[in-house]
Ligand binder design. Structure first.
Ligand code: SF4
Length: 446
């Protein structure tokens, strides 16, 4: 049962030493009760109190990790319903499903194509997280062969799907020593599946048609000694899956209902209408799947899902940043211009992509503006003449160029006078406001 802030406070040292970065032990206790801090932030909790507080300190949604060949996919440990309340921590793993009644070459081809897909988005590498293999044939030999074929084509973590425990065991033997997810135990098969999960250190996916039945199953499975559980409320339409996913998340977070405090799995490919796969997957990413199993692999489907996932699972309080420095674009020479910008990732990539696409050489000076865009940083005092001049010196720009020309973004033309004072031997020019206009500016004005 969850403890109140006062109950937790009684188990803390009550010295108000502030090492947890809260002014008092009571303030820390209140945050702990609200699941907004980790107990480990207080270094002085006794072992006795730690044991007593373990339940309250445990994350409301269990962290489940799938592992294979040094690759990991984590889901769970979430503490909020809405991203703006704090952040979402573990982005849902995207898995591509194959079935054991498919031709082995076709399986390998599909897996290899998805496995090799990698694309960069604002400095982040996007790729498929793993693969799911389903025992559609019901034959242990065919399932084992399909799992082996998938394993030959990828090193990423796997989800094994089978109705029968004997068939599942054959698949598990093909990837001995890994930590996959095995799906899906139900009210008839949970004991045999729980045994397999324990023997093979696998996470266990459970499926049931109501929240009561899911809760009943997870409690029994936990008692049987399996902690890493993933749940499937078995709905495949947009409306009901949204309602049930939200109820599960809400019950886990707001009511601390441990029996539903596990990551969820979604199967967008199981929709009656295949054209719904992308919208079901998008909804599952937003609310609140930990693992999303797609049947289709195509860049047109997975790229927008991955980008949307990045946007949802980045900390809204921490802008995506690139490392400040001097970036050469299109092999610049000492006579080529220096373009100043900030280290907000989207700003950097907008400018870099425009210049790179134009084929024109330049030096891109990325100034530390605490990850803000040009205008925001200027308004916050994080992108001014002093900072730009400091970056010029810090990154040795004068040693790289023979013609000291620096181009300011048009939005901060107001800084040009101050920058001339800071860099008296430099020619300061004002460029366009928008990155898209940089190539024509560079062609005409430089
Ligand atoms: S670190 Fe521990 S003892 Fe110190 S104020 Fe925080 S909760 Fe209290």
């Amino acid at each position: 049962m969850a403890l109140s802030g006062i109950q937790i406070y009684k188990m803390l040292p009550q010295t108000n030493c502030k090492e947890c970065s809260f002014p008092t032990c009571l303030a820390f206790a209140m945050k702990l009760a609200a699941k907004q801090v980790e107990l480990s932030a207080c270094p002085y909790v006794t072992e006795e109190s730690k044991a007593a507080l373990a339940e309250s300190a445990a994350p409301p949604i269990r962290l489940v990790t799938l592992k294979a060949n040094g690759n990991e996919v984590k889901a769970g440990n979430e503490v909020v319903l809405f991203r703006h309340e704090k952040t979402f921590y573990h982005k849902p793993g995207l898995f591509i499903r194959v079935r054991d009644d498919q031709n082995e070459d076709a399986i390998k081809q599909k897996v290899a194509a998805a496995d090799g897909y990698q694309v960069e988005y604002v400095g982040i590498d996007l790729f498929v997280d793993g693969f799911a293999v389903e025992a559609a044939s019901g034959d242990p030999g065919a399932f084992s062969a399909a799992v082996s074929a998938v394993r030959e084509a990828t090193h990423r973590p796997l989800i094994l799907i089978a109705q029968d425990a004997g068939v599942m065991e054959a698949g598990l033997r093909a990837i001995d020593g890994e930590h996959p997810l095995i799906y899906g135990a139900n009210s008839d098969t949970w004991q045999a599946f729980a045994e397999l999960a324990k023997q093979h250190e696998a996470a266990l996916g459970v499926a049931a048609p109501s929240l009561e039945e899911i809760a009943d199953l997870t409690e029994k499975i936990k008692e049987a000694g399996v902690e890493d559980i993933v749940i499937d409320p078995m709905v495949r339409d947009l409306n009901t899956s949204l309602i049930l996913s939200t109820q599960i998340r809400r019950l886990a977070l707001k009511s601390n209902f441990r029996a539903l405090g596990y990551p969820m799995i979604a199967f967008p490919g199981d929709a009656d209408d295949p054209s719904r796969e992308s919208s079901l997957a998008a909804q599952a990413i937003a609310k609140y799947a930990g693992f999303v199993v797609l049947d289709t692999f195509s860049p047109e489907l997975v790229y927008p899902l991955m980008v949307m996932r990045e946007n949802i699972y980045t900390d809204p309080q921490k802008p995506i940043q690139v490392t400040p420095g001097l970036y050469p674009i299109n092999d610049p020479k000492p006579t080529d211009p220096v373009l100043a910008t900030t280290n907000f990732s989207i700003t950097y990539f907008s400018v870099a992509n425009e210049v790179e696409g134009s084929g024109l050489p330049a030096w891109l000076l990325v100034t530390d503006a605490e990850g803000m865009s040009v205008l925001t940083a200027w308004a916050a005092g994080k992108f001014d003449a002093e900072r730009i001049a400091k970056a010029v010196k810090e990154f040795g720009v004068a040693e790289k160029v023979s013609q000291k020309r620096i181009i300011l973004p048009g939005h901060v033309a107001v800084l040009s006078g101050e920058l001339e004072e800071e860099l008296p031997d430099w020619e300061v020019r004002v460029g366009p406001r928008e990155a898209v206009d940089l190539p024509s500016f560079m062609k005409q004005a430089l």
